[in-house]
Design a protein around this ligand. Structure first.
Ligand SMILES: Cc1cc2nc3c(=O)[nH]c(=O)nc-3n(C[C@H](O)[C@H](O)[C@H](O)COP(=O)(O)O)c2cc1C
Length: 434
């Protein structure tokens, strides 16, 4: 009997595939949100648990001191704000969870608690919040700061931020709404209380002015990789996103998070871990390999894309290094520390240009027919212990989405490896249902 796992998609509200000439309308038309609506509908039909929308708050010009390559490849900009787009994606679907990213360093906690409570209402209990600390000076400079706060301090702020948000979400008792025409009371003021939070980073009176939402507390998602990030995630998150290298790295991460969650008195099964992969699927193994070869043939484009990706998220200007040598040993970052260590390991001491030109972001390589890829996914989950995968494709194309939703997912469903329906109304209940 197969043990089922879950699927999510690492979505970017950026331009979908615009370089191959096949979906020319999408190249500029995607900003009306319809491309992503059709994408999330395909995922819901195919058996995905959720779509996640990443976010950042800057146009990065770290690589070589210019935004040229960032904008040339549309890596993180131009993009749309995920928070309002969640409403649209949810209105076009019935069951799938939708996770939006919002930063604990830049949002005021009151606005965030209110926005996600509102989203929980309008999605009828299907929203998740990807709580990130952000990592970029360029983003900080859009919010009156010169530099992003230091890495571990950001997590201290994030811990208090989540505490405030939780208190605000709980500032209305579940039965505070009466709507009683006989007594003339809409809401019971004795069940709505200020929180009077006065902490190191935030002072918030409360209560929230939004009524209790279907989940009460929207699903919390997190992607901490450093020790401090893992501690924060294990204490607070319902789901985690991660890209460790290889099967042993995946198992180490999941075991560590589960042990940390248990140490906080939590049931480890309430914390689901999703591993990022970018499957390359064809009708046959040969067809999939040909697609992969085609990707490798764009080595210079891939290299430039990854350089911006690394520079934007780690604020390290890779242009100062010799691309024909490995990453120097003494480079550190105040950005995504855990992720940087993992990428360095993935480069395996190879020259930067060569490694980045052939790189796909993901914990394991999945290339083949639906049956081949399904075999590998099943083996991986057996090794790691469970939970699920999150697919990434930067940028996604309609044909890539179809490879996954019409090719791979039916094979996974036939084997009983992914969900074929949703038994519960809310995202959290569905996340915990197996
Ligand atoms: C799959 C995945 C998705 C992430 N999405 C975002 C995002 O949308 N916005 C963001 O600022 N950081 C994002 N991050 C970064 C994490 O929040 C975190 O900072 C990073 O994994 C490094 O871990 P650390 O902060 O513990 O060093 C993501 C990380 C991963 C692995």
């Amino acid at each position: 009997m197969a043990t089922p796992f879950r699927l999510g998609w690492f979505g970017n509200l950026t331009a979908p595939e615009w370089r191959d000439g096949w979906s020319t309308d999408d190249a500029t038309g995607w900003t009306d949100g319809r491309f992503h609506v059709e994408m999330v509908q395909a995922m819901e039909r195919a058996g995905f648990d959720f779509m996640m929308l990443e976010d950042s708050l800057m146009v990065s010009d770290i690589y070589a001191g210019t935004a040229e390559l960032e904008l040339k490849h549309a890596v993180y900009a131009p993009k749309l704000d995920p928070v309002p787009v969640i409403s649209m994606l949810a209105y076009a679907t019935e069951h799938i969870g939708i996770v939006g990213t919002a930063s604990t360093t830049f949002y005021p906690p009151y606005l965030l608690a209110r926005a996600f409570s509102t989203l929980d209402h309008v999605t009828r209990g299907r929203v998740g919040w990807n709580a990130v600390t952000s990592s970029e000076d360029r983003a900080a400079q859009n919010f009156g700061m010169e530099r992003i706060p230091e890495h571990d301090r950001r997590y201290d702020m994030a811990g208090e931020f989540v505490d405030v948000v939780r208190k605000l979400w709980a500032s209305w008792a579940p039965d505070a709404i009466l709507a009683d025409a006989t007594t003339g009371y809409y809401a019971d003021h004795t069940k709505v209380a200020p929180i009077h939070h006065d902490g190191e980073f935030f002072t918030v009176r409360g209560p929230l002015n939004t009524p209790p939402s279907p989940q009460g507390r929207p699903v919390i998602c997190q992607a901490g990789a450093s020790p401090k990030g893992r501690a924060f995630a294990a204490a607070n998150a319902d789901m985690l996103l991660t890209i460790p290298n290889g099967l042993d790295g995946m198992k180490e991460y999941r075991d560590d998070i589960r042990a940390r969650a248990a140490a906080h008195g939590r049931d480890p099964d309430d914390v689901k871990v999703f591993f990022v992969v970018e499957p390359v699927v064809g009708r046959t193994d040969e067809e999939a390999r040909a697609k992969h070869e085609d990707y490798l043939a764009h080595a210079q484009r891939n290299y430039e894309f990854q350089m911006v990706n690394f520079a934007a998220t780690m604020e390290i200007d890779f242009s100062v290094f010799d691309p024909d040598l490995p990453i120097p040993d003494d480079v550190t970052t105040n950005g995504h520390q855990g992720q940087f260590a993992i990428w360095k390991e993935a480069f395996g001491g190879r020259p930067i240009r060569e490694a980045a030109g052939a790189m796909r972001i993901g914990s394991i390589e999945l290339i083949g027919s639906p049956a081949t890829v399904a075999d590998r996914m099943e083996e991986a989950m057996e090794h790691v212990g469970g939970d699920g995968f999150m697919f990434l494709s930067q940028p996604p194309s309609r044909s890539y989405i179809a490879d996954i939703t019409e090719g791979l997912c039916p094979e996974l469903a036939r084997r009983g490896l992914i969900r074929t329906g949703f038994r519960h109304a809310t995202f959290r209940e569905n996340l915990r249902s197996f």
